[in-house]
Design a protein around this ligand. Structure first.
Ligand SMILES: Nc1ncnc2c1ncn2[C@@H]1O[C@H](COP(=O)(O)OP(=O)(O)OP(=O)(O)O)[C@@H](O)[C@H]1O
Ligand SMILES: [Mg+2]
Length: 325
C-alpha cells in the first residue's frame, strides 16, 4: 500500500532579492530553501519537524499544503501526486493548517460561528446552513469550547490565547481533514496552557485518526506528541526516524547541538563550534551545510551528502556519525 504522505526529493528555491549586485545582474541568484527532502508520514501518525529559525520548516509545510509548488521532486498523498489532486480542488479540504499566532489568525470582526464555518463555505457544496452549523457545533465541542451556544456568538477578542487556539483547531477539523499541519501552535501561548493544547491535539489525532505534522523549535515538548522526527538544517533533513530513537541516540552534531540547547548545556562540545546563529551566506555550496559549525568535519564532508540508514527506525546524513555515537 502507498504511504499516506510521501515526499520524494523535494526542492524549492526562492530568488535572492535583497542584494544590489543581484538586482543589476542578468544572472539571478537563487537560494535553495528546501533541498532534496524525502520523508513519509503514515496514517494517524505525528511527524515532528524541528530546526532553527530559517531552516525551511514553514516552506516545507506550504509545499505539502499545496500553496507552493516544488521545483524538483514530488509529493504524493495517498499515492496520488498532489499537483493532480490540487486540480480537483478537494485536496485543500483534506489538508488543514493551524498557525502559530492565535491573535492574528482569527478575524476580530467575525463571530466564532462564522470563523469556524469559513472552510465549509469554500468548496462546501451540498450542505445547508443548519447542517453547516451542526458541523461547527461538533467541532467546537471536540475542542472542548463549551458551552457551545455561548461561544458561537462571541468575537475572538473576548477569548484568551488558549481559547483562540482552540477556535483555530476547531476551524481546522470542521471539514474532516486527513492531515493537519500545526506550525508552532503553542509557542505564542502562556506556558501554563501549552500542555492543555498539546494534549488536545494528541486526543484529536487519536479520536479522529488524523495524521499530523507538528512543527516546532522545542525538542523538549516534541517527544510528548511525536512518533517520528525530522531534524531540519538549511533545507535538508539531516537526521530522521523514530522520535525516541533519534532523541535518545542522536548521531548528527547538529542534533546534539539542539539537544544541548534544550538543557542549556552549551559548554564546549567536541562536536560543534558553539551555539551560533547560522550564517546563511556561509553555507558550503556542496556537501554538508553544517560543515562550518562542525568540529568533526573534514574535506570529505564537502562531497555530496549521503544518508546512512542506521536501522529501520533511524537515518542520519553525516559521514562521521560513528564518532558521535
Ligand atoms: N516567499 C519567499 N521568498 C523568499 N525567501 C523566502 C520565502 N519564504 C521563505 N523564504 C526564506 O526561506 C528560508 C526558510 O524560511 P522558513 O519560513 O521556511 O523557515 P522556518 O524554519 O519556518 O523558520 P521559523 O522557525 O523562523 O519559522 C528563510 O531564509 C526565509 O527567509
Ligand atoms: Mg516557520
Amino acid at each position: 500500500m502507498a504511504p499516506f504522505l510521501l515526499l520524494r526529493n523535494v526542492s524549492k528555491s526562492f530568488p535572492v532579492q535583497n542584494n544590489l549586485s543581484n538586482l543589476f545582474s542578468k544572472v539571478k541568484s537563487n537560494k535553495k530553501v528546501i533541498d532534496d527532502v524525502s520523508l513519509e508520514v503514515n496514517k494517524g501518525e505525528v511527524l515532528v519537524l524541528a530546526g532553527e529559525s530559517g531552516s525551511g520548516k514553514t516552506t516545507l509545510a506550504k509545499l505539502i499544503m499545496g500553496a507552493l509548488t516544488p521545483d524538483h521532486g514530488a509529493i504524493y498523498f495517498e499515492g496520488e501526486d498532489i499537483q493532480i489532486l490540487k486540480k480537483r480542488k478537494n485536496y485543500y479540504s483534506l489538508v488543514q493548517m493551524i498557525h502559530q499566532d492565535p491573535y492574528s489568525s482569527l478575524n476580530p470582526h467575525m463571530k466564532i460561528r462564522d470563523i469556524v464555518m469559513e472552510p465549509l463555505k469554500i468548496h462546501g457544496k451540498g450542505l445547508n446552513r443548519s447542517e453547516k452549523e451542526e458541523k461547527v457545533r461538533t467541532a467546537l465541542s471536540r475542542v472542548r469550547l463549551e458551552p457551545v451556544d455561548e461561544i458561537l456568538d462571541k468575537y475572538p477578542t473576548l477569548l484568551s490565547g488558549g481559547q483562540r487556539q482552540r477556535v483555530s483547531i476547531a476551524r481546522s477539523i470542521v471539514k474532516d481533514p486527513k492531515l493537519i499541519i500545526a506550525d508552532e501552535p503553542v509557542s505564542m501561548l502562556d506556558i501554563s496552557v501549552r500542555a492543555e493544547i498539546l494534549s488536545l491535539i494528541n486526543d484529536l489525532r487519536k479520536s479522529l485518526n488524523i495524521s499530523i505534522i507538528y512543527i516546532t523549535h522545542d525538542l523538549a515538548t516534541s517527544r510528548f506528541i511525536g512518533d517520528r522526527i525530522g531534524i531540519m538544517y538549511a533545507g535538508n533533513i539531516i537526521e530522521y526516524g523514530d522520535i525516541d530513537e533519534v532523541l535518545q541516540n542522536p548521531l548528527h552534531p547538529y542534533t546534539l547541538m539542539l539537544l544541548d540547547a534544550v538543557s542549556y548545556n552549551l559548554t564546549q562540545s567536541k562536536f560543534y563550534k558553539g551555539y551560533l546563529e547560522p550564517n546563511v551566506t556561509s553555507f558550503p555550496s556542496r556537501g554538508c551545510k553544517f560543515y562550518n559549525r562542525c568540529k568533526v568535519s573534514t574535506q570529505e564532508c564537502t562531497q555530496d551528502i549521503k544518508q546512512f540508514h542506521i536501522n529501520k527506525k533511524h537515518s542520519v546524513s553525516c559521514f562521521y556519525y560513528k564518532n558521535v555515537a
